[in-house]
Design a protein around this ligand. Structure first.
Ligand SMILES: [Zn+2]
Length: 158
């Protein structure tokens, strides 16, 4: 097995188990390093492992190459009898539930979206190895909550 390239910074809470690099992309396989879970409802640690599942996420590009992260995380049973949560999925800092991008990639894309026109952002993202269409950038601007939004030409006339 190769050692991990030192230009890729793993997200806290995961262990890299393998990675593969081609001329256009890098695939990183990682597992959650958490040995226990914490129920989001009752915060108890009385639980049992339910299953494992793999999430496929896009991460920050490395040297202009697209990085795909295959992350294996766990589902747990909450065994607290009074808790209404029966099964919960593990949360890792830096990875939002049901998102296709890691938070750090999402922040970078937001930065592009709010810094230039959608057409320019599309070209820029392609050059960086995180290709996104201008429509997707417009969607991203609309989907960004007001609180975290910045001054942007798209919002000025509202
Ligand atoms: Zn619980």
């Amino acid at each position: 097995m190769h050692t991990l390239p030192n230009f890729y910074e793993p997200i806290e809470g995961m262990d890299i188990v393998a990675w593969q690099e081609s001329s256009e992309k890098i695939e990183v396989v990682a597992v959650s390093s958490k040995k226990t879970g914490s129920c989001p409802q009752c915060h108890c640690s009385n639980h049992k492992k339910h299953s494992r599942y793999v999430r496929m996420l896009r991460d920050l590009p490395v040297s202009g190459k697209q990085v795909t992260l295959l992350l294996q995380t766990n589902k747990w049973f909450c065994l607290q009898s009074l808790c209404h949560v029966k099964i919960f999925t593990e949360r890792l800092p830096g990875i939002s539930p049901s998102k296709r991008n890691t938070d750090r990639l999402q922040l970078l894309l937001q930065e592009l979206a709010f810094s230039m026109s959608a057409k320019a952002a599309e070209r820029c993202s392609k050059a960086m190895g995180i290709p996104l269409s201008h429509d997707a950038f417009l969607y991203l601007i609309r989907a960004t909550p007001e609180s975290s939004s910045k001054e942007t030409p798209f919002r000025r006339n509202r």
